[in-house]
Design a protein around this ligand. Structure first.
Ligand SMILES: [Mg+2]
Length: 133
């Protein structure tokens, strides 16, 4: 799958890359540091990603702002977007589901737990029929 991974924290990005390579997953991870950069990537690439993994707390454009923009755009609104966050804030969770997310995953602190959880996320989405652009 082509996975657009939107995350401002370099450590988190390394953690995801490490998980993908350790599990020998063949996914193509496209990195964006915030919502603004992610929008630029979406607009400039000829092919849309299969899924989006989205952090919430980011500078310049937060995950929720990014989500509102893509869900209001007929070109991007069907892209399955999964929140990947440390925020256990119920208001955030409700707001994300209201706007339209395909999932809301809380990042475990322990690396082993993170790996297990991400493995499940990737396997689940690989099982799905995805909208090919
Ligand atoms: Mg962040």
């Amino acid at each position: 799958m082509d996975v657009l991974f939107i995350e401002d924290d370099t450590i988190e990005t390394m953690k995801l890359q490490r998980t993908v390579s350790k599990l020998q997953l063949k996914h193509n991870i496209i990195e964006a540091k915030n919502g603004e950069q992610a929008l630029d990537i979406l607009k400039s690439s000829s092919k849309l990603p299969d899924i989006i993994l989205l952090d919430l707390n980011m500078p310049r454009m937060s995950g929720i702002e990014f989500l509102e923009i893509i869900k209001a755009d007929p070109k991007y609104k069907y892209l399955p977007t999964i929140i990947l966050t440390t925020s256990e804030n119920r208001a955030d969770l409700l707001e994300c589901y209201r706007i339209g997310v395909a999932g809301y995953v809380i990042k475990p602190l322990k690396y082993e737990d993170y790996e297990t959880k991400l493995k499940t996320v990737f396997e689940y989405w690989q099982t799905n029929e995805l909208v090919k652009a």
